[in-house]
Ligand binder design. Structure first.
Ligand code: CMP
Length: 143
């Protein structure tokens, strides 16, 4: 079963869109197996975005993601990576389709509301950067 790391970024939290973002993933059918509200340290932000180190927007990205609290979630499901990315929409909000989170609420690439892992490998890696095994739950929808 695939897992993806979702971050409800500072702009979404500050705009009161946390519930709306979580709702969309739940309605899509992705299962929340881990969730917490954190203020990311610079070290964790640099680790999470290590692949972008050296790019012109890297420093700004780290400053932004550590500027205010975020909600981090581990979501699980068949094809969770692709399903979450469809729900999120294109990285550049002006290119994101209406009906996606970024297409409905975003205008700026640097404030694009949500992060979702981009591959199965990165999903596993990113989830392990933010959650211990004890913070991840295995649960059944039908009780
Ligand atoms: P995210 O899905 O979190 O993954 C990397 C982030 O880098 C991306 O969302 C954007 O917020 C940010 N990003 C990518 N390209 C640019 C850019 N050209 N300018 C500013 N931020 C960018």
């Amino acid at each position: 079963m695939e897992r993806t790391l979702i971050i409800v970024k500072p702009d979404a939290v500050q705009r009161g869109l946390t519930g709306e973002v979580i709702k969309r993933f739940e309605q899509r059918g992705l299962k929340i197996v881990g969730m917490k509200f954190i203020h990311m340290t610079k070290d964790l932000a640099q680790k999470h975005y290590a692949v972008h180190e050296g790019k012109p927007f890297f420093e700004g990205l780290v400053t932004y993601i550590t500027s205010a609290p975020v909600v981090v979630m581990a979501l699980e499901g068949n094809n969770a990576i692709a399903a979450a990315r469809k729900t999120i929409g294109a990285t550049r909000p002006t290119e994101a389709e209406a009906g996606t989170i970024r297409g409905d609420y975003g205008m700026e690439i640097g404030r694009n509301l949500v992060h979702g892992s981009d591959s199965v490998e990165n999903g596993e890696l990113e989830v392990s950067n933010f959650f211990t095994e004890a913070e991840l739950f295995s649960w059944d929808r039908s009780t």
